[in-house]
Design a binder for this molecule. Structure first.
Ligand SMILES: [Zn+2]
Length: 1029
């Protein structure tokens, strides 16, 4: 501190603390400030963890479909008054362990800054805020980011392409039509703030600047920060920021109207409207429905929570009345989804999915009549109370484990709550649950009638239409042809030049000296969550550590030697994962696993010698748990297994072990339940088949994995064939199908296959080890056996997957697509012990950096929304993916050329981007371990599944700092370039039919095949065989 500051004590930041309180249900303190100068609000939720999350939120309302809010969101990142370089913000952010992003909702725009450690966050914050408040908003930026016509007469631009992929999707068409019916023209909720394509084509930069001026004022901005924040430094940064912009912004407008709050409110619905909306789709078999009602204000905590509970009561699970009747019993829909939009007049949505097209109108009526039936009879008060208690437990768990809980609530309160902090204060406790606990049956029924069953509603029936798909395509072609004719050769040439100039002006290189003004922050402010490992039973063979948790486990009563790894963190809950291998499961049974999983918690069981119906099983499970889940164990790094997960209050630890025994050994396979699962799964197939990205990935999997692998067996295209046959078979020979399920269960639940991960505050766990005897004593488990090794992903590869390149390429036209997607696969790094691993991680980070070479070559040039690498060291392959491109082959070629120049040294590596790539590896580790449960799971993955030594992650972090440019280039050449080379890589492209003539030029791949979506050789392995087939 110098002498001047000594004589003039620094002025206190001009921020007034409105309030600060600790939440009584989670270890978090919420503090609210307001700038006395500008009215800007600052809301901080302090909680422990390596990450700081910022949400810079503006309430944004507009009364048209121009897309000004969304296009502005993109333009903010193109430069600001003092930093007039596109990409500067993201280059800096990357070096400071940060990632920036943003979204535009119908009622707000939020800019996010996610950082590992406070120091990086503090460095980026002022630069970021200047971009938000004083962006350059140039005409050139509008041309490339929003919309332009390219030299061939096509419409392009980042936002335009984004909306092009969205505008004719069933969800968007239905949602927009519903909102047109819910809201009059003077309410912003009516409009598509993303921008309709026809509006984006004529949107001017002037309109966007006007919108910025009207909405992006500090008094309409909340700085929301979640994580370990340094309040004094935060307020100092914000005060300095306000000082720096004060001459560039108008003084606060005392007549400023708060968007949505001071705007006209929508009138109540005067009548019910049911409309049909067609969406383009070749497969006309199934459609969907949305039904909307107006609900209570989101700011009234009691009413809002009551709405959550009544919706859970109606559709929360297979036993709730709507799901149980329409999905489980009447098979009218594959699910009935529900959600509600938090608004001053909230909107309640029900969405039956996978509905047979000819039954759309009937199913809508059935839903409405069912809601009326429910409200006409007494409600099941026991179940309402259970929903209430369960919801409360879930909120507590979420508040402990996820920053998202605070983000959602703080944003909603800023948008619609009282600015004096009185509504924010409601977050201190969960007292609304106590208030609701005393509601009578009459009160609940009156609530249900008022908002739902007696209320008018808007229903949209979404009907698939091949004709619409064809006419949209024909109209678009005609429109473009007419334009090309009008423009002529000269006109097109002018546009090409204009685009070139804009791109050049946008891409002024950033002087390296400028970036050097910001040093790379240290890592000492990144506080990783420590989770201590302890082991019992067979897990001890992996080694035990000298720590308090292990001492607790060793001192506890020991039981049969089940493989259990404990992770000790200071949580109030128990996260329990049972990891089941499937190496003893016959291939022919693997496609049954998704059905087995669907019914695992949804089947009748034998308990204490008596049959318990599935509804009672679900109700009891809901009572005993916070959540339960079964899925593939891929998130544990094991693609050939199943993960059964429970989250429970600590006192329910032994209860869950007893449930596990029941579910594993005492399920009664019931043909009615199995049929219900088949029907549901089949109904979801058409929708899954519409997804270009997923289909490209599926075909890639079929090429590179053995049919015996679970990854290959669970694909949608396998389901499509297998399930139809299974449905016929179960009608004819139910015993055959039941015997297969029996065989599948026996193959899974053996002592050799089971590993358990318990994440808890170990010292507070009663009987942590011997409690498992309740499960282990089952006669089907033989504790003298050893656990089987976890199969490595690499061993699941087909011969083509072991050494890709012979297959070549396949192009798959899909009617549902307007654009294209691709996956290229080549051999990659194969071992965690490979000394090239640190350079491999840095090289991939370099290519994918937010302002890295690929983004500029591909997204900047309008060739795709994004391109990504994914690398699987366990699988020993590397993949390159193009996401949403007007022509995937051009995006692949541009990427290849870019990587080739870097690999050969023709283009030198950018020092600042290398720094960003190194910081990105650090950020990635913090991101993977952001919560206690995630940090614990990472320990399990590293130690148990991958067999890495303790602290392996930290060692890699130290080594990435020493990676040299030569090492990066060697990795680019030897491990990454092959993904672009014929003979070493295979490529799968899914695309709009109009694009099927794509050629992968100028490096032609052999054997370019044009396939319809069902590629026959890929599913024949699972053809059902029974003695009578
Ligand atoms: Zn966007």
């Amino acid at each position: 501190m110098n002498s001047q500051n000594m004589s003039f004590p620094p002025q206190r930041p001009r921020f007034r603390k409105i309030q600060s309180f600790r939440t009584d249900y989670a270890p978090t303190t919420i503090t609210q400030y307001e700038s006395e100068r500008s009215g800007m609000q600052v809301i901080v939720a302090d909680r422990k963890g390596p990450k700081i999350n910022g949400y810079f939120t503006l309430a944004t309302e507009i009364l048209d479909d121009s897309g000004a809010p969304h296009t502005l969101e993109h333009l903010i990142f193109m430069g600001s008054k003092s930093y007039r370089y596109r990409g500067l913000l993201d280059k800096l952010a990357g070096r400071a362990y940060s990632v920036t992003n943003a979204w535009t909702a119908v009622d707000h725009t939020a800019y996010t800054l996610e950082t590992a450690g406070w120091d990086g966050f503090a460095q980026i914050l002022p630069v970021y805020l200047e971009h938000v408040i004083l962006p350059t908003l140039t005409d050139d930026a509008c041309i490339t980011e929003v919309h332009h016509i390219d030299g061939e007469g096509n419409d392009a631009g980042v936002v335009y392409s984004e909306m092009q992929a969205l505008q004719y999707s069933s969800g968007e068409l239905m949602d927009l039509r519903a909102r047109r019916l819910l809201y009059p023209e003077n309410v912003g909720f009516r409009y598509e703030t993303g921008g309709m394509m026809e509006a984006l084509r004529v949107l001017t930069s002037q309109r966007i600047r006007e919108f910025h001026k009207a909405m992006y004022q500090p008094q309409n901005l909340a700085i929301i920060v979640i994580g370990e924040a340094d309040h004094d430094e935060l307020l100092k940064i914000l005060d300095d920021f306000e000082e720096s912009i004060k001459d560039d912004i108008p003084p606060p407008d005392p007549h400023f109207k708060r968007p949505f709050v001071d705007s006209p409110q929508p009138p109540p619905l005067e009548k019910t409207v049911v409309e049909t909306v067609e969406f383009p789709e070749e497969d006309e078999s199934t459609g969907e429905i949305v039904v909307a009602f107006f609900g209570p204000s989101c700011i009234d905590q009691v009413q809002a929570t009551a709405m959550n509970i009544i919706m859970t009561y109606l559709c929360g699970s297979s036993v709730s009345v709507i799901e149980n009747t329409m999905v489980e019993k009447e098979h009218l829909a594959s699910s009935v989804a529900y959600w509600w939009d938090s608004r001053p007049n909230s909107v309640i949505w029900f969405q039956p999915t996978g509905v047979a097209t000819e039954k759309l109108a009937f199913v809508e009526q059935r839903l409405i009549s069912l809601l009326k039936e429910v409200a006409a009879k007494p409600l099941d008060m026991n179940y309402i109370k259970e929903c209430l208690q369960r919801e409360k437990r879930q909120v507590k768990l979420e508040a402990e484990g996820s920053e998202q809980f605070y983000a959602t609530n703080l944003i909603t309160d800023y948008l619609f709550g009282k600015r004096d902090g009185t509504t924010l204060k409601d977050l201190q406790s969960l007292s609304e649950y106590d208030a609701l606990d005393s509601w009578t049956e009459e009160q609940w029924r009156a609530f249900l009638k008022k908002w739902i069953s007696d209320a008018h509603h808007i229903s949209i029936l979404g009907k698939p239409s091949l004709e619409l798909a064809n006419s949209l395509k024909a109209n678009e072609e005609a429109r473009l042809a007419k334009r090309r004719e009008e423009l002529g050769k000269e006109g097109l040439e002018r546009l090409r030049e204009r685009l070139e100039t804009a791109t050049k002006n946008n891409d002024q290189p950033i002087p390296p000296e400028l970036l050097d003004q910001w040093p790379v922050p240290g890592t000492s402010s990144i506080h990783f969550i420590e989770s201590a490992t302890a082991r019992s039973g067979k897990a001890r063979s992996l080694g035990v550590l000298d720590n308090a948790a292990q001492k607790t486990i060793d001192a506890a009563a020991q039981g049969l030697p089940l493989f259990v790894q404990f992770e000790d963190v200071p949580t109030d809950f128990v996260h329990l994962t049972v990891h089941v291998g499937m190496s003893q499961t016959p291939t022919k049974l693997k496609p049954l696993l998704p059905l087995f999983a669907e019914n695992f918690f949804n089947s009748p069981v034998l308990r204490d010698g008596k049959r318990m119906e599935f509804e009672d099983v679900v109700k009891q499970l809901e009572k005993d748990t916070i959540s339960y889940h079964i899925s593939s164990s891929s998130r544990l790094g094991d693609y050939e297994g199943v993960a059964i997960q429970f989250r429970v209050d600590r006192e329910r630890y032994t209860t869950i072990i007893s449930w596990l025994r029941t579910l594993m050994f005492d399920i009664i396979f019931d043909p009615v339940r199995i049929k219900a699962a088949i029907v549901k799964a089949l109904a979801d197939v058409p929708e899954a088949k519409r997804d270009g990205r997923a289909m490209a990935q599926e075909v890639d999997t079929a090429i590179h994995f053995k049919p015996e692998s679970y990854l290959a067996a669970k694909r949608t295209l396998v389901k499509a064939v297998y399930l139809r046959r299974l449905k016929k078979l179960i009608e004819r020979e139910p015993e055959t199908v039941l015997s297969w399920f029996e065989e599948l269960r026996k193959s899974l639940f053996t002592f050799e296959n089971i590993r358990v991960l318990v994440t808890a505050d170990v010292a507070k766990l009663a009987n942590p080890v011997a409690a498992w005897d309740d499960l282990t004593k089952n006669p089907s488990l033989d504790p003298t056996k050893d656990v089987l090794p976890i199969p490595q992903l690499h061993s699941m590869l087909s011969p083509e997957g072991q050494s890709p390149g012979a297959f070549g390429s396949v192009v798959i036209p899909m009617t549902t697509l307007d654009s294209s997607y691709s996956v290229s696969t080549a051999a990659g790094l194969k071992s965690y012990a490979d000394p090239r691993l640190p350079a491999y991680l840095v090289a991939l980070g370099y290519l994918e950096a937010a302002e890295g070479p690929l983004r500029n070559a591909v997204r900047g040039a309008g060739l795709a929304y994004g391109v990504f690498f994914s690398h699987e060291v366990d699988g020993g392959y590397v993949q390159f993916k193009v996401y949403r491109s007007p022509d995937a082959s051009k995006a692949i070629e541009a990427s290849r050329a870019t990587v080739a120049r870097l690999a050969s040294g023709e283009q030198p590596l950018d020092r600042h981007l290398v720094e960003a790539a190194v910081s990105g590896v650090v950020y990635g580790v913090a991101e993977e371990q952001a919560t206690m449960a995630a940090a614990a799971q990472q320990n399990y993955v590293a130690g148990v599944v991958r067999g890495l030594e303790p602290g392996w992650n930290r060692k890699i972090l130290a080594r990435v700092r020493d990676v040299t440019d030569d090492e990066i280039r060697a990795v680019l050449r030897d491990l990454i370039m092959p993904v672009f080379e014929p003979g070493k890589s295979n490529v799968v492209v899914t695309c709009a039919p109009i694009m099927q003539e794509v050629r992968l030029e100028p490096t032609p791949f052999p054997q370019l095949l044009h396939h319809p979506l069902l590629v026959p050789p890929f599913y024949t392995q699972y053809i059902l065989r029974s003695p009578n087939m």
